[in-house]
Design a protein around this ligand. Structure first.
Ligand SMILES: C=C(O[C@@H]1C=C(C(=O)O)C=C[C@H]1O)C(=O)O
Length: 93
């Protein structure tokens, strides 16, 4: 397969642009995944502290705040993204 085939571009110039931009996306995705893993670890500390103190794992009012934050920044798909993040951080409710 040529670079043109792999990228779907019709010219070598476009294939170069796409290849370079895909490298940036791969690097951004690695950073995003790292940040999500960091968020999961911080969230676990909070949940652990609350449960050890006799409280519940989940705090709905805080989750509403987070959903609103993502929705305000990213629109409706932001809400879905936040719900997925919350599930990664505290499991399914
Ligand atoms: C981390 C917390 O605990 C839970 C997990 C949350 C999260 O990952 O953002 C938010 C609310 C809680 O359901 C918290 O209360 O802040």
């Amino acid at each position: 397969m040529t670079t043109i085939d792999v990228t779907g571009a019709r010219t070598p110039e476009a294939a170069d642009v796409i290849t370079g931009a895909r490298e940036r996306i791969d690097s951004l995705d690695d950073r995003i995944i790292g940040l999500i893993q960091e968020r999961m670890a911080v969230s676990a500390v909070i949940q652990e502290a609350r449960i050890t103190s006799g409280g519940r794992r989940v705090n709905l009012s805080r989750e509403m705040e987070i959903l609103g934050h993502y929705r305000d920044a990213l629109g409706k798909p932001g809400t879905s993204l936040a719900m997925t993040l919350l599930e990664l951080c505290r499991g399914r409710v």
